[in-house]
Structures are given as structure tokens and as C-alpha cells.
Design a protein around this ligand. Structure first.
Ligand code: TA6
Length: 286
């Protein structure tokens, strides 16, 4: 019987360590590089998250897989292409602010604060907190605090890579009747009729505040969310996977991204002293 455990685990000598949240219900590993959840394994189950076999664990580089934190912008920077895609939170070194137990489940709060480097990219005083609760389900809450004297606007995503058996057998329910932006058709506005299925590359931003259901084979995952106006669905398929050096050519069949987000279609403005929380809960259906 595993007692509740919260401990540090090293990945490699010159790379920030991981924090492990372990109980009899699940085991969750989080890299302090990027505040990046790498795995979530419910008791008696396989890892619900996917990480590329070619993922790079190097400072300055985003880890391919798990749950990258895209912040303070989602996608390319809206005005300056020289700035890193999906912001800088996922390549920054986070610190452990708090750990403990919440309703019988181990939790951790990781934090990231403005510094000279971040001000070159986003010239505001901010504090970012990621609360991770690893019980039977996985709950993440990303809170942005505006510590500046000026309001600022962000876009963001918890860019979750889910492990699936075969993308061609995956369906996503819960976005029927929802408009979406197709990022593969110059952001053309489209309408979702029925379930989402995959026969090729998919890169869509659904305008919805509701959760969804990922089904693959006989498995189902419920993805709920709060404080989010967009759900991004992405699979690179084979041609884009081939162009990504940290993505093995054949691995596109084993993953799908379903991302809790606030994109440019619905940015979030936070007043001085204010805060905004976007959260998601990932639950394996019986
Ligand atoms: O979330 C979908 C997306 O914006 C895709 O357009 C693709 O670029 C993906 O994110 C991965 O982005 P990354 O910068 O991590 O390679």
C-alpha cells in the first residue's frame, strides 16, 4: 500500500529535477523545467499522457509531450515573430511554492515570477502559479497574478498530449454544434457537426467553455475545464511529425492534443492587482 508521498526525482545532472506526487490513487511526475507535468498514472492504469520518445530535456527547449504551459501567449507571438512560440513559461525554471495534501490527495503549487529575462519578452510584473492535485483524477489550475501597475492581456493553454492506441480510432465528443477556427485553412471559421474524428492533420480552436470526452478503443477520458473559452485539438499527422525533430515519424498515431486554452479568439485582460485562473480536470472514465 503506497502511503502519500511527495518527493524530488532527478532526470539528469544538468537539468532541473522533477517533483513526484504519489498516493494509492495515482502517480504524477512534474518537471520544474517549464512547470511541466510529464506523466499521470492512475492506479491500475497506463500513463494517460504521452511524451515523445525523442523529447529533448534541455534548458531553453520545450519538452514534447505531457502538459506544456503555453503562456503569456498561445501560438506565435501576435506582433513579433522573433519571440518564442507559445510564450516562455514552458522553457523557464519554476520553483516549488507549496506542497501538501488536499482532500486526501497530494498537491503542489509551482510558481514563476517576472525577471530580467522575462521582461525582454513581456515587460510586466507578474506571478504565475500552477496548482497540481494528483488524486484519482488530475487537476491543474493556472493562475496569473498581475503584480504590475498596468493592465495586461494574455493568451494561454494547458497544451495536453494524451496517449491513445491509434489516432484513427479516436473520437472527441462534446463539441458538436460548435464553431471552430481551422488553423490549417488560414484560420477559416468552420462548424463542427458530430464527433471529431482523425483522417489527417487536425489543428483547430473550438470556441467553447465546455469540457469534452476523449474516446479511444474502449477507453474514455473526461476533460472538464473552467476559466477557458477555447479548446484546441491537434494531431500533426505524418508529414508535420516528420518535420519535428523531437517527434518520431510514426508516433503521431499514439497521441492527440486536447488543450484547455484562451486563445487570440478570446484573450484575457487582467487589471493591476487582479488575477485569472484557468483550470482543467482529467478523469479516466470507468
Ligand atoms: O496547439 C496546436 C499548435 O499550436 C500547433 O499549431 C502546433 O504548432 C503545436 O501547437 C505544437 O507547437 P510547438 O511549438 O510545441 O511545436
Amino acid at each position: 500500500m503506497i502511503k502519500n508521498n511527495i518527493f524530488i526525482e532527478s532526470i539528469s545532472k544538468n537539468f532541473p529535477p522533477c517533483l513526484v506526487l504519489e498516493s494509492d490513487k495515482s502517480r504524477c511526475k512534474i518537471s520544474l523545467h517549464g512547470g511541466h507535468v510529464l506523466s499521470f498514472v492512475p492506479a491500475g492504469s497506463e500513463d494517460l499522457l504521452w511524451v515523445s520518445s525523442k523529447a529533448l530535456f534541455e534548458t531553453g527547449t520545450a519538452i514534447r509531450g505531457g502538459i506544456p504551459v503555453c503562456w503569456p501567449w498561445f501560438g506565435p507571438h501576435p506582433a513579433d515573430a522573433s519571440k518564442p512560440s507559445h510564450g516562455f513559461a514552458r522553457t523557464s525554471s519554476w520553483r516549488i511554492q507549496e506542497t501538501g495534501m488536499e482532500n486526501g490527495a497530494p498537491f503542489a503549487v509551482l510558481s514563476l515570477e517576472a525577471d530580467a529575462a522575462s521582461r525582454l519578452l513581456f515587460d510586466y510584473a507578474f506571478r504565475l502559479e500552477l496548482r497540481i492535485v494528483a488524486g484519482e483524477h488530475l487537476r491543474l489550475a493556472l493562475t496569473t497574478h498581475n503584480d504590475d501597475s498596468r493592465p495586461f492581456t494574455i493568451t494561454e493553454a494547458l497544451h495536453t498530449y494524451f496517449r491513445v492506441g491509434d489516432i484513427r480510432e479516436v473520437t472527441i465528443e462534446g463539441v458538436h454544434g460548435t464553431d471552430y477556427i481551422d488553423q490549417l485553412q488560414k484560420n477559416r471559421k468552420m462548424f463542427q457537426n458530430g464527433k471529431v474524428t482523425f483522417e489527417g492533420e487536425v489543428d483547430r480552436i473550438y470556441g467553447t467553455t465546455e469540457g469534452c470526452l476523449l474516446r479511444h478503443g474502449r477507453k474514455s477520458l473526461k476533460i472538464d475545464k473552467e476559466g477557458s473559452g477555447g479548446t484546441v485539438v491537434w494531431n500533426p499527422w505524418i508529414e508535420k511529425a516528420k518535420r519535428l525533430t523531437d517527434f518520431d515519424d510514426a508516433e503521431y498515431t499514439q497521441m492527440v492534443c486536447i488543450e484547455t486554452a484562451n486563445t487570440a479568439a478570446g484573450p484575457v485582460t487582467i487589471k493591476p492587482g487582479g488575477r485569472h485562473t484557468m483550470s482543467t480536470v482529467i478523469a479516466k472514465e470507468a
